[in-house]
Write a new protein. Structure first.
Length: 282
């Protein structure tokens, strides 16, 4: 009961204070200047005027800051849009530059190999298996590519096409165990079969098999392709890095280091046709 009574007294007092301050404010504004009541009212109202003035100043500053923030946000969005446009232009320029470089390289390869029809392609994937050395190109049967086509770069033979779909193809490199090609050692006119072997493949090397004893093949000799099937002759394969004796002791074999860096292939060229010099029997 006492608590309720105290609350009522507090409310009445608060109302009286508000009425007094309001009356003082009115008297301070409209009352006769210089009078005692006017001075008392001005004294009472002054702190509230200062508080209101300070609050209004802060509100004005806050409102101005929010307006400035909106302006800066709009300006930043405009700058971000311009940056996106510039980034798109840079990407387009890079794409045009890369395409231009590829066309130049294709023109160079066509001029260096006028007897060949070439299709430029890009490596888009490598297999991640330890027992094969295969990569995928972004061109396929729709571009005239067939299984068995030779794949080369300026440095020499990279591999042969072993699987084709309409828009892509798989290429087994010259060191892959599935590859077996007709090759020749330039310095000795020796024609042999060369291709991948599992242990050598892991070292990015290939093998020339069954070199007759007494045939002069030595380290540093040049190995080229011999025309056969879809593979034209005269494409550089690599150089002989060592000569070993076959297990049966009746012949030798040569270990060859490819002329092409297989781990850095990007743009390659598929030989889709060429001027044939050998008439193959059916």
């Amino acid at each position: 009961m006492r608590r309720l009574f105290k609350n009522k007294i507090f409310m009445v007092a608060a109302i009286l204070v508000v009425v007094f301050i309001g009356a003082s404010a009115l008297f301070a504004v409209f009352g006769p200047e210089g009078s005692s009541l006017h001075k008392v009212a001005a004294t009472v109202v002054a702190p509230f005027q200062n508080l209101f003035s300070a609050g209004w100043t802060k509100f004005s500053h806050f409102s101005a800051a929010m307006t400035k923030y909106d302006e800066l946000e709009a300006e930043n969005e405009e700058l971000r849009a311009r940056i996106r446009e510039m980034e798109a232009l840079i990407r387009d320029a890079e794409s045009y530059r890369a395409e231009n470089e590829q066309l130049k390289e294709l023109l160079h390869m066509e001029e260096a190999n006028p007897e060949m029809e070439l299709v430029s392609a890009n490596v888009i994937a490598w297999n991640d298996e330890q027992w094969s050395s295969v990569f995928t190109l972004n061109k396929g049967s729709a571009d005239g590519i067939e299984v068995g086509d030779a794949v080369m770069v300026d440095a020499g033979l990279a591999g042969v096409v072993t699987a084709v779909s309409r828009g892509s193809c798989e290429v087994s490199t010259v060191v892959d165990t599935s590859v077996s090609l007709h090759m020749s050692v330039y310095q000795s006119d020796l024609e042999v079969i060369g291709g991948g072997e599992f242990e050598l493949m892991k070292k990015d090397l290939l093998r020339l098999s069954n070199i007759p004893l007494g045939v002069s093949v030595k380290t540093g000799d040049t190995v080229m392709t011999e025309e056969h099937g879809n593979v034209p002759g005269g494409i550089l394969v690599g150089t002989v890095s060592s000569i070993e004796t076959e297990p049966h002791g009746m012949a030798s074999f040569a270990v060859v280091s490819p002329s092409v860096r297989l781990d850095s292939l990007g743009q390659v060229f598929v030989v889709t046709d060429f001027t044939r010099t050998v008439i193959e029997e059916d």
